[in-house]
Write a protein that binds this ligand. Structure first.
Ligand code: ZN
Length: 232
């Protein structure tokens, strides 16, 4: 069974193909895609996942002529981050209370400046994780993306004609604690080039559901890239 990446049309190595979930990852361009509808007989190996079920952190609603998809950010990762922030920020408060109440040397006040910056960034990110949602509003004219209530980079308005295709990609993050993955939803622009629509999602299903929902509403059909060989 040969599965080709719908984005770059290279063959996907067997170890990147998950038969149970029918989700595959391209080793060349990191695109993530469902393949149950592309391979006749694939469903014989497991339940057909032609459509990705809506993850529990999503809501979908029709508001007039708009389709509104809302994705809640909260998950266990932010609980871990909260615990970390309590210790990190707590240590800094402790450090500075001593530095200022005991009249410590200037170096003691300047030393942790970088740690304060990290603490502010992590604490803000954690709060955003607990509170924020991403709202994707679709209509025939445009696609709007807004993160709220805490301000976060990545809000955008994309005119519908600029979107030719959508695809999901996997991003690998390696550090000393191991390897983790996040998933982005990208658009292929009509004039060429890519535009990142939503980034930092934790599960492939999060990104694939969004792709499927947006493509369905906008009437975009997953068409093979020129040169792609369809499995017989
Ligand atoms: Zn690819």
């Amino acid at each position: 069974m040969d599965i080709k990446c719908p984005h770059c049309s290279r063959t996907v190595p067997a170890e990147n193909i998950n038969i149970q979930t029918s989700i595959a990852k391209c080793g060349s361009c990191n695109a993530v895609f469902g393949f149950a509808d592309k391979v006749p007989g694939a469903s014989a190996f497991g339940p057909s996942k032609r459509t990705v079920e809506m993850p529990s952190n999503y809501t979908v609603a029709n508001e007039g002529a708009d389709l509104v998809i809302t994705r809640r950010w909260m998950n266990w990762k932010y609980v871990m981050m909260l615990v970390f922030c309590v210790f990190w920020d707590g240590f800094l408060v402790f450090w500075y209370s001593i530095a200022f109440s005991q009249g410590g040397p200037l170096a003691m006040k300047l030393f942790p400046v970088l740690h304060v910056a990290v603490g502010v960034f992590l604490t803000y990110s954690t709060l955003a994780g607990f509170l924020n949602r991403t709202k994707i509003t679709l209509n025939t004219g445009e696609l709007r993306i807004k993160h709220y209530p805490l301000p976060w980079p990545g809000n955008k308005v994309v005119p519908r004609p600029e979107i030719e295709q959508l695809f999901c990609e996997e991003i690998m993050h390696s550090n000393k604690n191991g390897t983790s993955y996040t998933y982005n939803l990208q658009a292929v622009k009509t004039g060429g080039g890519r535009l990142k629509l939503v980034s930092g999602m934790d599960k492939p299903e999060d990104a694939l559901f969004l792709e499927q929902k947006i493509e369905g509403f906008l009437g975009i059909t997953d068409r093979p890239v020129a040169g792609e060989m369809r499995p017989a």
